[in-house]
Ligand binder design. Structure first.
Ligand SMILES: *[C@@H]1O[C@H](CO)[C@@H](O)[C@H](O)[C@H]1NC(C)=O
Ligand SMILES: *[C@@H]1O[C@H](CO)[C@@H](O)[C@H](O)[C@H]1NC(C)=O
Ligand SMILES: *[C@@H]1O[C@H](CO)[C@@H](O)[C@H](O)[C@H]1NC(C)=O
Ligand SMILES: *[C@@H]1O[C@H](CO)[C@@H](O)[C@H](O)[C@H]1NC(C)=O
Ligand SMILES: *[C@@H]1O[C@H](CO)[C@@H](O)[C@H](O)[C@H]1NC(C)=O
Length: 495
């Protein structure tokens, strides 16, 4: 049910936001608008029906104070039991697609393919079937940070066997769901996962001796991606006709001034943040600037080889062109300036390796996350960078969203989606960037990792105290629903 008065007030001040004229050109009729969640953040049922512990289950249960409000994802939105309510709100919004993730531990409790948990298979089969019945395209992430604890005990992404464990898992997914899934994502936000999972806190002595473990995590994860992609190519694609990518997260980077040094610095930031993963899956190897800089700094540290691992020739072949389209999550951006070469530090740092300074100016509007400022114009910069660097790929925006502390009258979130979509439309229309889908993070308020339930990204509010975790549309959901229906960001569009 949508109160008409709410829609009308929403539409009153549509045209100008912070002086921005909203793009009034209708989106193409086949453009997909949808929303996203991930398994740990919404499903709950953390140990039900044969699911085993993931690294998040274990870490949260054994590390008091880790999550801001002391909460867990044990129940979350309870979507394992209430998934039909999720379908209902997707339908109400008219979503064209739903991006969700499969919990590895629900499918393979040991992490390996020796035991397949049929109840886990059934859960996702039901979800996928119901989405298709309602004309909502499933976009499926095979991994959204919830590594099986059984594999983490063996080193997780620092153990190079993970590429084979992951490939076996991927094959089980294609076998069971591949007939109905046309959009697959191997991994979600590997940069953030590898940094959060294997950054400084993980094992400082090991980092001092072996270098940044994030690079090792990234390396094994990329090897896993390539194997999963090639298995799909060789064994499933001809029958199942799906497409596959890896979801990369990136800010946009702009030069702080028009000096050529700052322009080079912004390019360098892009390569260290996005190119780190995007270059291997397009061109088969890390960006030259990463290889050169990390090798030089490793030598200066007295190491006999680069801290950045090297792919074998066979791995390079497997990685090259291992996506069918580009998938990007983005929230904010930074300005970048050139700095003198950072000194050698022990332990080494990614900042030193990157060798530039990025910052968000004070005058940009803050959101509830300190790192995260409201900077929608950069959407166009990011999309253009992807277009020009990776051969004009088709692009899906797999996440984009705005955090607040809750409430149904979420005007700033509404503005955020409208403004980012406006710059997306500009990029499509004026720069010829081939964006084919936009995915709002998130469908509903959920367990936001370190922030627990304090920070909200949902288009729908969730009453976490209620028996059925009642989902209620916010203003942003009503606006998004209108956009989906009309393919138009304002009240009147031109074709
Ligand atoms: C990596 O996995 C293998 C099994 O493939 C295991 O034998 C080995 O002990 C693991 N390495 C570490 C460091 O745990
Ligand atoms: C760079 O130059 C352009 C075009 O002259 C100008 O619009 C822009 O404001 C300049 N940017 C900075 C950061 O000075
Ligand atoms: C490089 O140094 C490490 C110890 O820091 C040593 O174990 C390894 O054998 C050396 N490799 C070569 C090729 O010299
Ligand atoms: C929502 O908030 C905005 C800005 O704070 C305010 O102008 C508007 O009246 C509110 N709308 C409703 C329906 O409460
Ligand atoms: C929760 O949902 C169940 C099943 O639809 C229903 O029977 C029950 O009354 C609901 N509880 C509340 C408090 O609405």
């Amino acid at each position: 049910m949508v109160p008409r008065v709410l829609i009308l007030t929403t539409f009153l001040n549509l045209f100008i936001s912070n002086g921005l004229a909203i793009n009034n050109k209708r989106f193409p009729s086949n453009f997909l608008f949808g929303s996203a969640t991930s398994a740990y953040q919404v499903e709950g049922a953390w140990n039900a029906d044969g699911k085993s512990e993931s690294l998040w289950d274990r870490y949260i249960h054994t590390t008091p104070g880790f999550i801001e409000d002391g909460s867990t994802g044990d129940v979350a939105c309870n979507s394992y039991y209430l998934w039909e309510n999720d379908i209902a709100i997707l339908k109400e919004m008219g979503a064209n697609h739903y991006r969700f993730s499969i919990a590895w531990t629900r499918i393979l409790p040991t992490g390996r393919n020796d035991v397949v948990n049929e109840k886990g298979i059934t859960y996702y089969k039901n979800l996928i079937k119901a989405l298709k019945q309602n004309n909502i395209e499933p976009m499926v992430s095979m991994f959204h940070w919830d590594t099986p604890q059984a594999l983490e005990d063996l080193g997780g992404f620092l153990n190079d066997s993970i590429a084979d464990w992951y490939a076996d898992y991927a094959r089980v997914l294609y076998e069971n769901f591949g007939d109905d899934v046309k959009y697959w994502f191997t991994f979600n936000e590997p940069k953030t996962y590898c940094n959060g999972g294997y950054g400084y806190a993980y094992d400082p002595p090991r980092i001092a001796s072996e270098g940044l473990l994030e690079y090792v995590c990234a390396h094994n994860l990329l090897r896993a991606h390539a194997k999963a992609y090639r298995i799909y190519d060789q064994e499933f694609r001809s029958k199942q006709n799906g497409k596959m990518s890896i979801v990369l997260d990136s800010s946009w980077f702009g030069p702080a001034t028009n000096s050529s040094e700052d322009k080079v610095a912004a390019e360098q930031a892009f390569h260290f943040e996005l190119g780190w993963y995007a270059n291997p899956v397009h061109y088969g190897d890390y960006p030259e600037v990463m290889k050169t800089r990390i090798a030089a700094r490793s030598a200066a540290e007295g190491r006999n080889q680069s801290r950045l691992p090297e792919f074998t020739e066979e791995e390079k072949e497997q990685l090259k062109d291992s996506t069918d389209f580009f998938a990007v999550n983005t929230y904010t951006g930074s300005l970048v300036s050139a700095i003198p070469e950072p000194g050698i530090t022990d332990p080494p740092s990614r900042y030193g390796d990157m060798g530039v300074n990025s910052f968000q100016p004070d005058e940009w509007e803050s959101t509830t996350f300190g790192w995260f400022k409201y900077a929608p114009w950069g959407m166009r910069i990011l999309l253009n960078w992807i277009k020009s660097t990776y051969g004009d790929p088709e692009i899906v925006v797999t996440e984009n969203g705005y955090p607040d502390y809750g409430g149904l009258n979420d005007t700033r979130r509404l503005d955020y989606h409208r403004d980012y979509l406006s710059y997306t439309r500009d990029a499509m229309d004026q720069d010829g960037v081939k964006v084919f889908a936009y995915t709002a993070w998130s469908l509903m308020d959920n367990f936001e990792w370190f922030s627990g339930y304090t920070q909200k990204f949902g288009l729908y509010a969730v009453d976490f105290d209620s028996e059925n975790k009642t989902r209620t549309a916010k203003q942003s959901a009503l606006y998004f629903r209108q956009v989906i229906k009309t393919k138009c960001l304002v009240d009147q569009c031109v074709e």
